[in-house]
Ligand binder design. Structure first.
Ligand code: SF4
Ligand code: SF4
Length: 290
């Protein structure tokens, strides 16, 4: 089983649309949506949920009303706006950071810490194959822990299904969730675009991959909006030993496919779809070579 992670330096580069297309082209694959903060792969792949599991991470405070005498000491100590400003004092889940200060100093021992439910994750069947995805609560952030859980579940599912491919829609940026999403994968596909910001982001991701001795490839989305910048980005990547496996042209059919909630690969006369097929052939050939 080959695990390919699709990442980009920021949102809006077409990473998720591309992942949906690759998953459709792969025919037999397991898909994991690790871009939990902006999870929208499900909008293109229409998953039917089979199993849902609460996702628990960290702790939050709870006040036992029967012991609390409303002294307000906890409210004064909390630095995170985790407790309502006026009596009756209650914990505000969106503010509580789980620091335990209030529990430690409450004179009535009325505060205890409980596991925090941050959302749910799902095991589903999508139009492109079995899929692991999630919905996290407002204010909860994607974390390396959640991404690691997803990848572990997705790998297990891929083994059960004897799937030759695991495709992961990774989180954007360079933080802990991205590191958790790329380590140990067979290859990372960096989606970039021909802008200075795209170039800058790509270089930072290549630095990260080098640090972890990971194999990376790039593809340039909407390459034809600035061919000169595309050439520059390609040169920089290739000088760093990162091959360009695809150039996807600007195509209005990408948006019309999104409006129909389908990957553009379903549009037979789309020039972007044709370029993505070539990209997949390249990736397939590279990763299938022993
Ligand atoms: S410090 Fe304890 S007793 Fe005082 S308001 Fe807070 S929870 Fe209630
Ligand atoms: S655990 Fe920390 S952040 Fe949460 S309510 Fe208590 S003092 Fe505030």
């Amino acid at each position: 089983m080959k695990e390919l992670i699709v990442i980009s330096g920021k949102g809006g580069t077409g990473k998720t649309s591309l992942t949906a297309c690759l998953a459709t082209l792969a025919e037999q694959c397991v898909i994991a949506d690790c871009d939990v903060d902006a999870a929208n792969l499900h909008l293109l792949l229409s998953p039917r949920v089979h199993h849902r599991t609460p996702f628990v991470s960290g702790e939050m405070a709870v006040i036992d009303e029967t012991r609390c005498n409303q002294c307000g000491h906890c409210q004064q100590l909390c630095r995170f706006e985790g407790i309502s400003p006026t009596p009756p004092y209650t914990i505000l889940p969106s503010g509580c950071e789980g620091c335990r200060v209030c529990a430690h100093f409450c004179p009535q021992q009325a505060i205890s810490m409980v596991p925090r439910q941050c959302g749910e994750w799902y095991r589903s069947v999508s139009s492109a194959g079995p899929m692991i995805h999630a919905r996290i609560n407002v204010g909860a952030e994607n974390s390396g822990k959640l991404v690691s859980l997803f990848r572990q579940q997705a790998r297990q599912l891929a083994e059960e299904q004897q799937s030759p491919w695991l495709l992961v829609d990774g989180p954007p940026g360079l933080g802990c969730p991205v590191i958790a999403s790329v380590t140990g994968a067979d290859a990372v596909l960096i989606v970039t675009e021909p802008t200075l910001a795209g170039q800058h982001d790509m270089v930072r991701i290549i630095d990260l991959l080098e640090h972890f001795s990971m194999t990376g490839y790039i593809c340039i989305n909407r390459w034809d909006i600035n061919p000169e910048m595309t050439r520059t980005i390609r040169q920089i990547a290739e000088q760093r030993g990162v091959s360009c496996v695809g150039l996807i042209p600007f195509d209005r059919q990408v948006v019309s496919a999104q409006l129909k909630a389908r990957p553009v690969i379903d549009q037979p006369d789309s020039i972007a779809a044709m370029a993505i097929k070539d990209l997949w052939d390249n990736v397939h050939a590279i990763l299938s070579t022993p």
